[in-house]
Design a protein around this ligand. Structure first.
Ligand code: CU
Length: 344
């Protein structure tokens, strides 16, 4: 009987051990931003980036505006309803091979660009699905209890409804305001809130640039800088615009740790509206300097086609990722108009 048991144990050992070694050599797959695939049989140490985790397309984010679910109240006021979900367990490949735990509003850093017209009623259903307490604090004018500072929203599904009248006109940041604030902001809990004037602005090719940075080794210094999260993205994927077409950039500086950031445009100057609150530009320049959460609206047109850099003139920042290119093409609309004239 003992002999039989020993033989059975021996047979099972033969079949069990190969199974274990197969599991150990199983390849795990990672996908990078550029679509590259990394395979490894090694031990995966947190953080893990796989296809199912967060992805972010800076080109899509650039011109994506969220106007909310629109309805009209009985007094004629426009109501815009948004749902924003905070999470703090996602991992993003900030730069090739560098994985960082990002905290997100609606799954991305920055969160969605929320857009309304001055006087609209903005209602935000905020759900905190994170493991830490979070809030939404909007810059702008609103009642104290809508400020997202003292009304802490608990983890694991806590809810709060923010409601306020959109104003003033301009471009404003929103961000989590739970202490330690620095930690909650640097991990990515911020986004842009645009308030349009009732009379609107001149038609333009509009885009949003959030200037941000990432401290991936936790020494309270940024290791990477970017316009819209991914370092060097718009250098490798230039932003295509047309000659003789008005370009409007809503720019918001969310870089922590460094006291200033700046933005220089090549081959051109821009009209600059600090905070976007005035209809008359304050400067005509190729260089602005911004401290934390400082922001504004830039307007410009290119006369000549070609490639033009835009970047931080603080060279350390541009060399660590905060640099991009506008690829200016001949305006097809103007060309066809010119063609019609020529032909007629
Ligand atoms: Cu937070």
């Amino acid at each position: 009987m003992v002999l039989i048991l020993l033989v059975m144990f021996g047979i099972s050992a033969v079949f069990v051990f190969p199974t274990i070694s197969q599991a150990e050599s199983e390849e795990k797959m990672f996908v990078t931003h550029s679509g590259g695939v990394i395979k490894t049989t090694g031990e995966i140490i947190d953080p893990i980036y796989v296809e199912s985790t967060m992805d972010f397309d800076p080109m899509e984010y650039l011109r994506e505006f969220n106007y909310g679910k629109v309805s009209e109240l009985s007094d004629g006021t426009t109501l815009r309803e948004f749902t924003i979900i905070a999470e703090d367990d996602k991992v993003m490949e900030i730069s090739p091979g560098v994985f960082y735990n990002v905290w997100t509003f609606n799954g991305t850093v920055p969160g969605p660009t929320i857009r309304a017209t001055e006087g609209d009623l903005v209602r935000i259903e905020f759900i905190n699905n994170g493991s830490k307490e979070h809030t939404m604090h909007f810059h702008g004018i609103h009642p104290a209890e809508m400020d997202g500072v003292f009304e802490i929203v608990g983890s694991g599904g806590g809810r709060f409804t923010y409601e306020f009248v959109a104003g003033p006109v301009g471009v404003h940041p929103y961000h989590c305001h739970v202490m330690p604030l620095e930690e909650h902001i640097v991990h990515g809990l911020y986004g842009v809130f645009i308030v349009d004037p009732k009379e609107g602005r001149a038609e333009a090719d509009e885009m949003v640039m959030v200037l941000n940075g990432f401290d991936t080794d936790f020494d309270t210094e940024n290791n990477f800088y970017a316009a819209n999260t991914v370092p060097f993205y718009y250098q490798h994927h230039p932003i295509q615009i047309n000659t003789n077409e008005l370009i409007r950039v809503y720019v918001v500086n969310m870089v922590e740790f460094d006291p200033i950031n700046n933005l220089h445009l090549h081959g051109n100057l821009y009209h600059y509206y600090p905070t976007g609150t005035d209809t008359v530009p304050s400067f005509y320049t190729d260089m602005i300097t911004l401290s934390q959460t400082e922001r504004g609206i830039m307007e410009f047109e290119y006369s000549y086609p070609g490639k033009y850099l835009f970047h931080a003139h603080k060279v350390e920042f541009s060399e660590k990722g905060w640099v991009g290119i506008f690829l200016v093409k001949d305006n097809p609309k103007l060309e066809s108009e010119a063609g019609e004239e020529y032909g007629s």
